[in-house]
Design a protein around this ligand. Structure first.
Ligand code: MRU
Length: 346
């Protein structure tokens, strides 16, 4: 994909992003001129995926800095901080959102004027975006070496170009393997209820002419049992010292992969690591019942029945064969201490 998922529009001085809820039927870009509109885009998943949220949050702070022109630096920083906290409250599980927001906010704290702060913030946000592309390329090169010359890879959700600035983490591994001449085909799990797999992963891979088939999430174990999956590669929203958080359903694939002796790989930049936390500390986002209970106008669940709509789950690191980062691969078996040490060396 040549387009960037989220970027600064220098003509309008605001944020452009690919509107992902409209895909695959309609490809369009939306322009966010206010913090409220950006927050809405994040909540509605118009922009989504951990690294893309990091970039969106970073540009959000740059946007905020450009919108407040209070000459008093203390009150300027307070207003930007409020916007940053508001953006940070939109989605709780992916650590990259707060990482991108904090990195840009920290960069402007010693600025001498709001004008200077706005310039520094934009520069920092653009650096985060450029670094994200470089990191994805490196993650891809590292992970590609782990895939056989000819293989079928199962992936869940969308950890592709649309989930990052470009290229992707899990799909970056697949793109790099194809670029290196490997014959890779992909099984993309539909990823109920918002269908990031069937709508986004299938869309991006087919545009790149990478062979892809979509399955229902519940078909994965059956294909593994039939020997039709050689590896699983997924992205991550947060990696604590003991678990990998990713789209709901990922844990189920990890358990099934272990049972069938299939390698289960995670591809993520080190900005996704949050090694000081444990599995139990992380807030799992719960989304609206309408995502499960309705398909268009059609009712799928009786109004009287409650739903549990967790957007993410956690996979213990013991089930992960290797984690591909921009600094190389971290291989199993891990211990808590090793992961913490790796985080320090990372
Ligand atoms: O709810 P989403 O679509 O933001 O969830 C995205 C995922 O779970 C991705 O797999 C994860 O963010 C990794 S993206 C490189």
């Amino acid at each position: 994909m040549d387009e960037k998922t989220v970027y600064w529009n220098h003509d309008t001085g605001s944020i452009n992003l690919i509107e992902q809820t409209a895909l695959p039927a309609d490809y369009r870009t939306v322009n966010c001129k206010t913090i409220e509109r950006l927050a809405e885009a994040i909540r509605r998943l118009e922009v989504r995926g951990a690294p893309a949220l990091g970039v969106a949050g970073a540009f959000g702070v740059a946007l905020s800095a450009s919108l407040h022109d209070d000459s008093n630096m203390d009150s300027f920083l307070r207003l930007v901080r409020e916007d940053a906290e508001y953006l940070n409250s939109t989605r709780p599980t992916a650590v990259n959102l707060s990482w991108g927001i904090n990195r840009v906010y920290e960069s402007i704290k010693d600025s001498s004027s709001p004008k200077e702060a706005a310039e520094i913030a934009l520069h920092e946000a653009e650096s985060i975006a450029a670094e994200d592309e470089m990191m994805c390329r490196k993650i891809g090169e590292t992970g590609a070496k782990f895939l056989p010359e000819e293989c079928t890879v199962l992936t869940h959700c969308n950890a592709g170009a649309l989930a990052c600035y470009t290229w992707g983490t899990a799909l970056g591994v697949i793109r790099s393997a194809v670029e290196a001449g490997k014959n890779v085909s992909v099984i993309s799990c539909e990823t109920r209820p918002l269908n990031q797999g069937s709508r986004l992963t299938a869309w991006e891979l087919s545009r790149d002419n990478i062979p892809v088939k979509t399955i229902t999430d519940s078909c994965a174990a059956f294909l593994m049992k039939r020997g039709e999956i050689d590896a699983v590669v997924v992205g991550a929203d947060r990696i604590t010292h003991d678990a990998v958080f990713n789209k709901i359903g990922t844990y189920m694939h990890a358990v099934c992969a272990k049972h069938h002796d299939i390698p289960f790989y995670v591809a993520a930049p080190t900005s996704t690591f949050d090694a000081k936390l444990s599995e139990k500390d992380v807030v799992i986002e719960e989304r609206d019942r309408s995502e499960l209970a309705k398909c268009g106008e059609r009712l799928l669940i009786p109004d009287s029945v409650d739903v549990l709509n967790y957007a993410f789950d956690s996979t213990p690191v013991e089930l992960v064969s290797a984690i591909f980062t921009e600094k190389g691969a971290i291989r199993a078996p891990y211990s808590v201490k090793e992961i913490l040490q790796l985080k320090v060396s990372i």
